[in-house]
Design a protein around this ligand. Structure first.
Ligand code: S3P
Length: 168
């Protein structure tokens, strides 16, 4: 079984997935890292030079490939749930846990971060709210949900441990 962490930027997917990987001994895989490696450029450069549709295509290909693996922790980019086929691939081999957070918390966590092309606008809070609104129905297709707004990484891990009945 794979454990797939999805959810908006700044909800803690990467920190939680890395720690969960250490605790369980299951390998950590990030869709964003794999895309950057394959394209040999940063997410920012891919968005800027090739556009978002190109990024989504590359992301879809990576999702398809890594969904063949078994027993991994997947740190999925914030937009993977927008694609039905991605959801199907992930559900086929694992459980999807969606991390949520309040927009103000997301804004705070994203402050000073320059590697999120979709938030590269002057009114970041408005953009976050707009995207959260647009994506709400997609994120709802996950199997489980954790609001990380008031939780640290260890508390989120504890929630996941309970949900999946993991022993570590
Ligand atoms: C995106 C989220 C990012 C990255 C890209 C697009 C999104 O990943 O895939 O910038 O559409 O929400 P993180 O959620 O890991 O920041």
């Amino acid at each position: 079984m794979n454990i797939v962490l999805v959810g908006f930027m700044g909800t803690g997917k990467t920190s939680v997935a890395k720690k969960l990987s250490k605790l369980t001994g299951l390998p950590y895989i990030s869709t964003d890292e794999l895309i950057e490696e394959r394209e040999n450029k940063s997410i920012n450069d891919i968005f800027e030079q090739n556009g978002e549709p190109y990024f989504r295509k590359a992301e879809k290909e990576i999702v398809r490939e890594i969904s063949q693996l078994d027993g991994i922790i997947i740190d999925a980019g914030g937009g993977v749930m927008l694609d039905e086929e991605n959801i199907r691939h992930f559900k086929n081999k694992g459980v999807i846990i969606c991390l949520n957070a309040r927009s103000e918390v997301i804004l705070k966590r994203m402050q000073g971060k320059k590697n999120r092309p979709l938030l590269n606008v002057s009114d970041k809070l408005a953009r976050i709210k707009e995207l959260l609104d647009k994506r709400e129905s997609s994120y709802k297709k996950a199997d489980n949900f954790i609001d990380t707004s008031d939780l640290n990484v260890d508390a989120v891990i504890e929630e996941i441990r309970k949900i999946l009945n993991l022993r570590f």
